[in-house]
Design a protein around this ligand. Structure first.
Ligand code: 3PY
Ligand code: ZN
Length: 626
């Protein structure tokens, strides 16, 4: 600032000043960032400050993770699986009287509460405590679903590194992922060789249990994945996705018999475990009792319940399921539970103490984990939904938990924020219009996109076949009606299908059969040439699944460096004027950065930012997009 002032003075330019002080001290001009890494970090913080937070930022407490010593020879479920294989694990499950517990904090809980934004750094810091205090957990659901895409797209970090890093730090508890059948961790069908290679690589990188589902409960969409997981000697947990209400006798599409028949098929197809995937929290407590008692009569593989707490009935559903004999239940550490997330883990553990299904988990220990996550959460507040309490309207709208926290911002991005209630009503109407389908990624996204489109274009189920003829429908809607998400029970409504496809023929076979195999060698060659990296199979797979997202990620790393070690408060909120932070730019290499001053906008529309980095003044210019 000082120097710039001097340089701008007329007297200075006319040579009227005594400037020998400046001439004698050339290091005064030495204010450009020293290294490329330093420049990149300052540029990242500068962009945040100038174009997002404007230098005003709340103070966040730094979350402190408990660091219990690791007892030698910690043996958990991972060791049972590795020693005995999937069949041995299943026998072990059958011998347990206790309710086995899965924690979903690192996957579905934050996917459903804060739009999947939790960064790897916040996970690795609690990894040791999770490993030691969570040794009695059945599994950690910590990968898959939306986390793969979001890690690259919004957090600019590699999901593979997350998986491998956590695997090293938590060697004793089984890792579980959510796999969308033929859609892998994406929103469309992929060629068979992509699904196979993805399962193989995920197994190598650390996944033990693959929870496999199809978004229309279409078995053809699940077979290949089940088979491939078995080929890799990992655990295939195949799901029935629960929708409707088996207690309501007036609803005759998704009945108790429908679910029992599907479960039997999945067992026949080789599933090691049956998953009940209640993605929208529609399984009421007494329905859980009825469903699980019936399934226990009809199948012999263990049953794993996954539900959400959107209605407020989640813990009750888990307890009724436990009473009915369910083997394993999904929950999330308390401070990351409830609402659109999973039911409360610590509360379930407490509720079952001194009963025949007591979990054996130490409540005091896991309270410490919950406290850590409580301290992590405020940094992510801007990604949370406005939902303050459980709501029974979910029984009417049937919107999955993971979609709920995303739907509002999506609706707002179309400028329809004031019509959110109307969109939710339309979500229900669209579901009925397309024949009452199972709604879970990607079919749920199709219903959401369709509902927004209907509201945007003043369409109703009554007027759509006249008013909607000449419109171009959202990609997900076209994909669905083409049969590229699979086949819904009861088929497609023909009039709407014809209108959307405009003469194109839909497919009726498994889409993977029609897709050309991906050429991984060619992908690697392309990545090497274009991005100057030495690609491996993980890179090739990421490109095969999300070409644009992955390339954007590579470009981002080039521009800003690897910021995965930066604290989340800085990553999301930058710095305020006068604030100091530490940023680890490489293992053990720390920059102490203070934001000294945000300059005024200059003629070119940029601002000069002054920092102090490890005691030295540094200045950079950032263009102000406003
Ligand atoms: C996902 O597919 O990501 C889900 O969480 C579905 O419930
Ligand atoms: Zn879920």
């Amino acid at each position: 600032g000082f120097l710039i002032n001097v340089l701008n003075r007329e007297e200075f330019h006319k040579g009227l000043c005594d400037t020998h002080f400046i001439a004698d001290n050339p290091s005064l001009f030495d204010i450009a960032p020293k290294t490329d890494k330093e420049l990149k970090v300052l540029r990242y913080i500068g962009e945040k400050v100038v174009n997002e937070t404007k230098g005003s930022k709340k103070d966040f407490d730094v979350p402190v993770a408990p660091m219990p010593p690791r007892p030698s020879g910690l043996v958990g479920t991972k060791q049972i699986l590795d020693a005995k294989g999937p069949e041995g694990l299943v026998s072990w499950i059958h011998e347990q009287k206790k309710l086995l517990i899965t924690d979903t904090t690192m996957r579905d809980a934050h996917q459903s509460l804060m739009a999947t934004r939790v960064r790897t750094r916040d996970m690795t810091r609690i990894a040791r405590a999770t490993s030691v205090y969570g040794n009695d957990l059945f599994s950690l659901e910590m990968w898959g679903g939306a986390t793969f895409d979001v890690a690259y797209r919004f957090l600019n970090e590699s999901p593979w590194e997350r998986l491998e890093d956590l695997r090293q730090r938590i060697p004793n508890v089984m890792f579980q992922m959510l796999l969308r059948g033929s859609n892998a961790v994406g929103y469309k069908n992929y060629p068979d060789n992509v699904i196979k290679a993805f399962i193989k690589q995920s197994s190598i990188s650390g996944i033990d249990i693959f929870r496999i589902f199809d978004s229309l409960n279409w078995l053809d969409g699940m077979k290949l994945a089940i088979e491939e997981v078995r080929n890799n000697n990992k655990v295939a947990e195949a799901c029935i996705c629960y929708t409707g209400d088996i207690l309501d006798e007036t609803r005759d599409k998704y009945t108790l018999k429908y679910y029992v028949d599907m479960a039997k098929e999945l067992e026949r197809l080789g599933a090691n475990i049956l998953g009940i995937k209640d993605m929208a929290a529609l399984l009421k407590p007494y329905a859980a009792d009825k469903l699980i008692r019936a399934l226990k009569q009809e199948i012999s593989i263990p049953i794993h319940l996954h539900t959400h707490d959107t209605s407020g009935n989640g813990v009750a559903t888990v307890l009724m399921a436990a009473e009915a004999g369910v083997d394993i239940a999904d929950t999330a550490f308390n401070s990351m539970s409830g609402l659109t997330s999973q039911p409360a883990l610590n509360s379930v553990v407490a509720a079952l103490e001194n009963t025949s299904r007591a979990t054996g988990i130490n409540l005091d220990n896991i309270e410490e984990i919950s406290r850590y996550w409580e301290a992590v959460r405020p940094v992510y507040a801007k990604f949370e939904s406005d939902l303050k309490s459980g709501t029974t309207e979910v029984y009417k709208y049937e919107i999955p938990g993971g979609q709920y926290s995303n739907l509002k911002p999506q609706v707002e991005s179309f400028g329809l924020g004031h019509k959110f209630k109307e969109v939710k009503e339309m979500y229900k109407n669209v579901n009925e219009m397309v024949g009452d389908i199972v709604k879970v990624t990607p079919s749920s996204k199709m219903v959401g996109d369709f509902a927004i489109f209907m509201v945007q274009n003043d369409l109703t189920p009554e007027n759509i076949t006249q008013k909607g003829q000449d419109l171009t429908y959202p990609d997900s809607v076209v994909t669905y009606f083409k049969g590229m998400m699979g086949q819904p029970m009861g088929g497609f409504p023909k009039d709407i299908q014809e209108m959307v496809l405009k003469g194109e023929e839909p497919v009726t076979v498994r889409p993977g059969q029609l897709l050309e195999e991906e050429d991984f060698e060619a992908i690697m060659l392309y990545l090497k040439k274009t991005h100057k990296i030495e690609p491996n199979m993980k890179d090739a797979l990421s490109y095969a699944l999300y070409p644009k997202v992955f390339e954007d990620y590579l470009k981002y790393i080039k521009d800003y460096g690897d910021l995965s070690r930066m604290g989340s408060d800085i990553f999301f909120h930058g710095l305020s004027e006068g604030e100091t932070c530490e940023v680890e730019i490489a293992k053990g290499k720390i920059l102490v950065i203070k934001l000294l001053e945000i300059g005024k906008v200059d003629k070119e529309g940029s601002r000069l930012l002054a920092f102090e980095v490890n005691g030295n003044r540094r200045e950079i210019k950032i263009y102000d997009k406003n």
